[in-house]
Design a protein around this ligand. Structure first.
Ligand code: DX5
Ligand code: ZN
Length: 223
């Protein structure tokens, strides 16, 4: 368990892209905390989504934290674009940058919060020496690239180990992939405090659905 408040970060990957700005407003009105933006390059992951211009275009639709998850390789050349587009948190994959320490420093130098993501198969030891450079650790509970995949339960142990590693540092542990009211309590109980959810939040397609979907995830963790 964690004594930090639970934050829900709806992933707009599952939104209707033809109405992206409206979808962001709706999901925030429905009770979302952060906006999770999945940037994919068709190289690090087998799918392409959008880049910094789209982030910039929807930035003024909410004051909520813009949580940019970069699934791109290399990373460093694009960090400035995302910071200037209005990303509050920029997360890079440990597997996608050759010099992780440098990438994390660069994000903070740009005035954003720095996040590091680990794929399901990547051990937590990868980040043992950058803990003082990160504000957020994103643990993937699916292989990155697509929404709507099944949660990988082996990662629950990793959540607990990372929670132990970070000690009393003010670092968020964010979970991404296959989060539903069934899986959310497993990772929240193990020490995560930010839950990304795409398909489980956007299913139904209306503000009322988003509100009840978010509520269901929150309630599942409130025990
Ligand atoms: C996957 C993305 C996730 C994705 C999650 O690569 O990083 O953010 O949108 O989608 P769900 O919640 O449907 O698994
Ligand atoms: Zn993501």
């Amino acid at each position: 368990m964690t004594d930090r408040p639970l934050l829900i970060a709806p992933s707009i990957l599952s939104a209707d892209f033809s109405r992206l700005g409206d979808e962001i407003e709706a999901v925030m009105e429905a009770g979302g905390d952060w906006v999770h933006l999945d940037v994919m390059d068709g190289h690090f992951v087998p799918n392409i989504t959008f880049g910094a211009p789209i982030v910039k275009a929807v930035r003024n639709r909410t004051k909520a934290v813009f949580d940019c998850h970069l699934m791109i390789e290399p990373t460093d050349a694009y960090l400035k674009d995302f910071a200037e587009a209005g990303a509050d948190i920029i997360t890079v994959h440990a597997e996608a940058t050759r010099h992780l320490d440098r990438s994390l420093q660069a994000i903070r130098d740009l005035g954003a919060k720095a996040g590091v993501a680990l794929n399901p198969a990547t051990p937590e030891s990868e980040i043992a020496y950058v803990l003082d450079r990160v504000d957020l650790i994103l643990l993937m509970t699916v292989n990155p690239g697509f929404g709507g995949q099944a949660f990988i339960p082996a990662v629950v142990d990793k959540v607990a180990r990372v929670r132990e590693m970070i000690g009393d540092r003010p670092i968020h542990i964010e979970i991404d992939g296959g989060v539903t009211p069934t899986t959310a309590p497993m990772v929240f109980g193990a020490g995560a405090d930010v839950l990304v959810a795409g398909s489980a939040v956007f299913k139904g397609g209306t503000l009322a659905h988003y509100a009840s979907n978010i509520d269901a995830i929150r309630k599942s963790c409130a025990i």
